[in-house]
Every structure is written in C-alpha cells, then in structure tokens.
Design a protein around this ligand. Structure first.
Ligand SMILES: C[S@@+](CC[C@H](N)C(=O)[O-])C[C@H]1O[C@@H](n2cnc3c(N)ncnc32)[C@H](O)[C@@H]1O
Length: 216
C-alpha cells in the first residue's frame, strides 16, 4: 500500500483494525515471546512492527518488557502515548522521529528505513496485523527485512485466513502456506491455533485467526 493510504486511514480515524482492549491471543500465547518464567519477561526486549496504537504495547510493558515499535503514522503514535498516559521525549533522526519513554521506543516512519543498529538487540517480534497489512509483493520484502533487522529473533505472528476474492485487502489473507513460504528457511514454524474471527472479517466475510510461533 502507498504510505498515503495509511496516513489517510489515521487522519480519518478509519482504524477498524485497532482493538481497544488488546489482543487475547497475545495473552494466551505470550510464552512464545516471554518464556514461561514470569521473571524472565523483565529481561525481554520485544519489537512490535507496524504497531499502530495497539494496546498490546501496554500489556507487554505491564509484564516488564522493553518495547520497540515501528509505525508510519505520527497520529497513531501521539494517540498511543496519550492512551498510555506517558509524555514521550521526541527526537528527529534521518529515519524519521523517535518517540521514547522508559522501556518504550517507537520509530515513526517507514519500517524499511530501519537498520539493525537502530532497533538494537531484540529477543522477540510480535506481529499482529502487520504481515496482513501488506500486499503480496511487499510482504516477502517485509519478512526478509524483519529477519535482517531483528537478527532472526523468534516471532509470535497472528494473521487472517479467508477467501481473498470476497474482500479486497487490507487485511490480506496470509494463510499457513504463505507463512511457510516466507519463513521456512529461517524458522521452525508451528501453527498454534486456528479459530473463527468472531462475527467475520469487517463483519462481512468468514475468516480464521491463525497464530504461529516462529522459533529458531
Ligand atoms: C493493520 S494496522 C495494524 C496496527 C497494529 N499492529 C494493531 O494490531 O493494531 C497496520 C499499521 O501499519 C502501519 N504501516 C503501514 N505501512 C508501514 C510501513 N511501511 N512502515 C511502518 N508502518 C507502516 C500503518 O500505519 C498501520 O498503523
């Protein structure tokens, strides 16, 4: 998608993808990112690509994680910090703006401009509605870029599987085959769950949530 597509979505508050209470599948499968020992979580630095203003960041922070995010829209990130009730420090860099606070750093700009040194070492990647936001031709580039900048960090990935002919994306259908195609050479892939999207996608089309663990 063009950047203007997403800027206009945020500008017009057309953000049906945003979940005001966060994503229950992150809570259910958080072990993939945080391990089973709750003391371990406090040492974890988690990257959230294409983060929007997801409430999942608040949840990760509440578990003691450090969170690094990347998001195109400054509108989204202003709202993210407002919702968190945190006043960020804002700096400009050649890659865009960086909003930061203790345990939280968000790069505002194109994720493809980020390099490994920018985000630093991360222990895991939480991809909810990031892969599905991108059309086929950009998705593989995104997947390879993510592998590169996170140095192959394990991922918890949540996608949608549905009949793409019934709805133009985004969100796009990213079924198990597509995930395997993109990531099989780099990760052990486990499909942890396939469950109904309640009420259908955009309340129109029957769809499944797919939850994957990508481990190394
Ligand atoms: C479908 S939304 C998902 C947001 C969030 N992950 C969530 O679960 O609510 C996709 C987000 O990706 C952002 N985005 C799209 N292309 C991007 C890019 N090239 N770099 C950074 N962010 C991008 C959009 O602005 C949008 O907020």
């Amino acid at each position: 998608m063009e950047h203007s597509f997403w800027h206009s979505k945020w500008h017009n508050n057309e953000i049906g993808f945003h979940e005001p209470t966060g994503n229950a599948l992150l809570v259910k499968y958080s072990d993939v990112l945080l391990g089973s020992d709750s003391n371990e979580a406090s040492q974890k630095r988690i990257f959230v690509p294409l983060c929007g203003k997801t409430r999942d960041i608040a949840w990760l922070l509440s578990k003691g994680c450090q969170v690094v995010g990347a998001e195109l829209s400054e509108v989204a990130i202003t709202q993210l910090f407002d919702d968190l009730d945190i006043t960020p420090t804002v700096k400009s860099s050649s890659k865009g703006k960086v909003y930061s606070a203790p345990n939280l750093t968000i790069f505002v700009g194109d994720i493809f401009a980020l390099r490994r040194d920018d985000i630093g070492e991360v222990k895991g990647v939480y991809d909810r509605a990031a892969l599905v936001a991108l059309p086929d031709e950009l998705r593989r580039k995104y997947a390879n870029h993510l592998i590169e900048i996170t140095h192959n960090a394990p991922q918890l990935v949540i996608t949608f599987d549905y009949d793409q002919s019934k709805l133009p994306g985004p969100p796009f259908c990213v079924d198990e085959k597509r995930v395997i195609d993109m990531y099989a050479g780099h990760y052990e892939i486990s499909l942890l769950e396939r469950s109904d999207v309640e009420g259908g996608l955009k309340k129109k089309v029957k769809a499944d949530n797919l939850v994957f663990s990508l481990s190394i």
